[in-house]
Design a protein around this ligand. Structure first.
Ligand code: BT5
Length: 325
């Protein structure tokens, strides 16, 4: 019902609509209308209801509600099913459960806050209000070994979305961080479930510090993190950002399914802040590999040129950009 009321208010572009008109279109009584308008106000919509003039929408909500995401969504299947939570442990955990229960490809899980947001290898992802915490369920017919391609193509989609929308120095740090300048604004966590050497499903978790107040982060994380709000000096519309992202994401994913990953890699390289930088890659187990990043190969592995001129392929690890010694 709230969605239908919103549809009428949006259609009238901020002009007053009489309650009698709304109740007759929706076949509800005045009490029901008032109850639903109150719910919309609780959801953050600013609505002006005056006895003489009627009802009008003054300002949309800041919440990333399914109605707002779907309103101008231009995708064919990604984001057509949305599971929304104001608070959840982790959207990736919820998406994995939904995928196990047969949720279709393109289903997304989104939350305003996460209490146990997750990064890679058990690391924590801080997820206060104002961020975009979202997971997408995919069922690609690719081998488990090709799953890292999905992380890279998602990184390209996030970076491209931010670049197209805002005049910011956005780029990708290998393998999965989106940076503005040298600070992290988004992280991606891909979790794959394989059966008999084929992928049953993949959950791609995307965390974007959209309108997050990074000042509240612990100091060790704060120095390396930023938000779109901080960079732009104003709040952004989260639902619009999600709509644009999902469209670019779907285009990339469709291209990948058609065998066009090499083209996505070309874009990744263009958006990369790592290639050309001197890096330290901290591998699991404590080993550190240093060198100049000169490229990534078709599997997404980073190629380093070491001080002795030898090339070294690095498949995974924590990559730090450093001053060249
Ligand atoms: C990532 O891990 O960057 C993947 C983050 C994925 C988060 C999304 S949100 C929706 C979905 N549901 C989940 O539970 N997760 C996904 P990694 O590369 O391991 O980076 C983790 C590190 O980033 C932490 O150890 C901190 O140093 C830093 N960090 C934590 N929270 C941050 C934040 N909000 N913004 C920037 N940096 C953060």
């Amino acid at each position: 019902m709230q969605d239908q009321i919103l549809e009428i208010l949006y259609k009238n572009k901020g002009k007053y609509v009489s309650p009698a008109e709304i109740t007759s279109i929706l076949n509800i009584n005045q009490d029901e209308l008032e109850k639903n308008v109150a719910i919309l106000e609780e959801c953050g919509y600013i609505i002006d209801s005056s006895y003489e003039s009627g009802i009008r929408l003054i300002e949309s909500t800041h919440l990333v509600l399914p109605y707002e995401i779907k309103r101008e969504l231009k995708t064919n299947y990604i984001g057509h099913k949305i599971h929304y939570f104001s608070k959840i442990d982790s959207t990736n955990i919820a998406a994995k459960k939904l995928a196990e229960d047969g949720a279709p490809e393109g289903t997304i899980v989104i939350a305003e806050t996460q209490t146990r947001g997750r990064g890679r290898r058990g690391k924590k992802w801080i997820s206060p209000a104002g961020g975009i915490w979202m997971s997408i369920i995919l069922r690609p017919e690719i081998s488990p070994a090709e799953a890292p391609q999905l992380t890279l193509m998602t990184g390209v989609a996030v970076a491209k979305t931010i670049k197209n929308k805002f005049d910011l120095d956005v780029g990708i740090k290998w393998p999965n961080d989106i940076l503005i300048g040298s600070k992290k604004v988004c992280g991606i966590l891909t979790e794959a479930n394989a059966k008999f050497n084929t992928l049953d499903y993949v959950v791609i978790g995307i965390g974007i510090d959209a309108n997050v107040a990074t000042e509240s982060f612990p100091s060790d994380i704060r120095i390396n993190a930023t938000s779109l709000k901080k960079e732009l000096g104003e709040e952004i519309n989260g639902s619009e950002l999600i709509q644009d992202f999902l469209k670019i994401f779907e285009d990339n994913y469709d291209a990948l399914k058609k065998g066009q990953f090499p083209e996505i890699l070309v874009e990744w390289r263009k958006l990369s802040k790592t290639i050309g930088s001197y890096v330290e890659v901290h591998k699991q187990g404590g080993k550190i590999v240093k060198g100049e990043a000169i490229g990534i190969n078709k599997d997404g592995a980073l190629i380093l040129e070491r001080e002795n001129g030898n090339l070294r392929k690095v498949i995974s690890g924590e990559c730090l950009h450093r001053e060249k010694p």
